[in-house]
Design a protein around this ligand. Sequence first.
Ligand code: XMP
Length: 526
Amino acid sequence: MSVSSIADKIVSESILIVDFGSQVTQLIARRVREAGVYSEIVPFNRAEEAFKRLQPKGIILSGSPASVVAEGSPRAPESFFKAGIPIFGICYGQQVMCQQLGGKVTANDVDGEFGRAFIDVIAPSPLFENLWQVGEKHQVWMSHADRVEALPEGFKPIAVSDGAPFALIADEKRHFYGMQFHPEVVHTPDGGKLIAHFVHEICGLAGDWTMAEFRQTKIAEIRKQVGKGRVICGLSGGVDSSVTAVLVHEAIGDQLTCVFVDHGLMRQGEAEQVVSLFREHYGIKLVHVNAEDRFLAGLKGVTDPETKRKFIGKAFIEIFEEEANKIGGADFLAQGTLYPDVIESVSFLGGPSVTIKSHHNVGGLPERMNMQLVEPLRELFKDEVRDLGRELGMPDVFVDRHPFPGPGLAIRIPGEVTKERCDILRKADAVYLEEIRNAGLYNAIWQAFAVLLPVRTVGVMGDGRTYDSVCALRAVTSTDGMTAEIYPFQPEFLANVATRIVNEVRGINRVTYDFTSKPPGTIEWE
Ligand code: XMP
């Protein structure tokens, strides 16, 4: 299939998700994607223009913290209800649809339903054909105060709950469905299937959207956006920036220059891997800036975590800017912003306010250097970025790599950061990760690393006394880094890693394991 026909196909086979500001709108996109259908989330007050661009085959209206009956609360564009395509309203989305189509919603701040609830299926519907039968009870997740009191013409209830007589409603003729519960969260066990049914059976979409198509669409988009312009991309060695670079390179070849600011705070062998993969394997123009001395000089005597972070962030930007100027500047800055980084919070009175987490941005540079952003991964979740990396033929060692923070080892060395301490930590970290890989546990862990503590303790090796540093091992599972659980290693595994580190890494004579979850701890130590 040619690039343009693939792009056409996506445009003609998509679902538009209208965001009214729910905390879990992203999960709707996720479920639609899992059903093999392309979807985009747009704030409610930009939904009409997105509709024209995408020509979606179905619309999903999200939940919201707002109340439909409150003055100035958001509405769906009226035209959506006349477009002749299926609509699926979730919680607030159901209420707003009912209100706009002539039904009645009442405010209720006394006895809403929050948490697990059960619904009784009372009528058959194509929405859950071969999934739910009349008379069955199903677990769902509710989180609502207001509720629909009177249905608009053409609607009927198809499932009820104790707290919501209109838990699930349908206008089968117009293919409009509304539910008071949240099918997008995992606490509604059949929720994903319900959304899949909507996109496949009701909207008639094949569900054959793949990463291969995403790759081709993005390549077409990047070419269109960039034209003959020049693009610069900061590589960190992490998955997001690496996948961005390879994808952008595939689209525009030598118009892309990557800049790798090596701050000397990388893990063992990491800098070499980055240079060899990008320069030798992919033939990407790569400026490798060895700035170890500059960073270590700036970190001399610094022990406060925030001071370290601020210095590193600032130095990084300065060096990046210097290098960008040396190569004659660029029109675009490519960066690996992911979907969870793009927080589009919807404000009900003004327009939607867009906040983007700053740590992914090469802060302030785009404006200062008059560059536009190229962010081809904006719609993807981390595991989808990994799939795309594999699709692009990138080696597993890059694609599956644990996240690594921008300030690098500096925030894993509480106290002063010196080259000597970085080297000690690199060795201990490499032993730990090697053991994790050998045990086949690497991909079961979100992040694992060693921390070098500014504490010395007494030990005995051979016949001699030692007085050396303590190393702490950290390993956590997580889905997004926002919360984390410790990884429950077998004690024998940890004992073996401790023995190897103490024997092989001069400067460490004691190893501990960090048992703190997040919250109350953070993943990194600083
Ligand atoms: P914390 O320590 O806040 O970390 O629990 C959550 C996740 O974010 C990563 N992290 C960073 N990533 N720049 C980054 O790109 C940073 O400054 C930074 N600080 C923390 C951390 O490794 C974990 O995955």
